[in-house]
Ligand binder design. Structure first.
Ligand code: IPE
Ligand code: IPE
Ligand code: MG
Length: 246
């Protein structure tokens, strides 16, 4: 057992075999607000605060990759007022996030940015460019992201290479598909954490989670804390990952 350095917020002893990539499905904002008689949008504001805390904690304990499910390709089904609220939070957040991220954090958006209003898309690209040289923690922000959409895009790109005579179908491997995903440059997910009591992936990184471990908790995302993350990390460390071997 070792204690990891940095500004660690809790006293829990963390195991040595921490996951390289933790994927957070930030769920339960709406129920958090409903329980308090507040509008759902306030749940998203609170969820944004938890995101900042957990991102900082991942950096402090030395997790190199953390991904966060911000908005799915399916979330456009929600009422316009809720979507507008989420876009408003993103806008504000993108303005101040860089100072909050501090040194060492690289931000990368995964998902289709093209649907976002120009100002939001430009801020996303600026943030990616400004933080591209940081390596302590890479934060993958899944915005307008869907796992099936991502795999279909990969298939389309590969089909074009075949059509242009640059690749033959026999040479298409798992690696070829992976190389055309948004996450081509990043490791697969080791641990998925989903709060809010739902026991599903909801189209999150479905290719990259093929051999992930899962940790579910009833805590709602706005109530999720570094201590909750510690529990998930300790549980993860006790699992035997065999990847099909013995
Ligand atoms: C997750 O919280 C945030 C987004 C999907 C944008 P929800 O808004 O899904 O919260 P619940 O599941 O309704 O409680
Ligand atoms: C998944 O949560 C998407 C995000 C957390 C951004 P949802 O609340 O959309 O998932 P379902 O609808 O419960 O499967
Ligand atoms: Mg939900």
């Amino acid at each position: 057992m070792a204690i990891f350095g940095g500004k660690k917020e809790t006293e829990t002893q963390l195991p040595e075999n921490l996951p390289v990539h933790v994927g957070f499905i930030m769920d339960g904002n709406g129920r958090w607000a409903k329980k308090r008689g507040l509008p759902r949008s306030l749940g998203h504001v609170e969820g944004g605060k938890t995101f900042k805390k957990i991102m900082q904690y991942c950096k402090d304990i030395g997790i190199p990759y953390a991904s966060f499910y911000v908005f799915s390709t399916e979330n456009w089904k929600r009422p316009k007022a809720e979507i507008d609220g989420i876009l408003g939070i993103m806008r504000e957040y993108l303005d101040e996030v860089q100072q909050h991220l501090g040194d060492g954090v690289r931000a990368v958006f995964i998902g289709d940015k093209s649907v976002y209003p120009d100002d939001i898309r430009e801020k996303m690209i600026k943030l990616e460019n400004d933080t591209a040289h940081h390596r302590q923690l890479t934060v993958l922000l899944a915005c307008n992201y869907g796992g099936r959409d991502e795999i279909a895009r990969s298939a389309r790109e590969i089909a074009k290479l075949v059509q242009n005579g640059e690749l033959s179908p026999e040479d298409i491997t798992e690696q070829t598909v992976a190389d055309h995903l948004y996450t081509a440059d990043f490791p697969d997910v080791d641990l998925v954490i989903r709060p809010s009591g739902e026991l599903r992936l909801s189209n999150y990184l479905i290719w990259q989670c093929a051999y992930a471990e899962y940790y579910f908790t009833n805590v709602l995302w706005p109530d999720f804390t570094p201590q909750e993350l510690d529990k998930a990390l300790i549980d993860y460390a006790s699992r035997g990952r065999r990847f099909g071997g013995v």
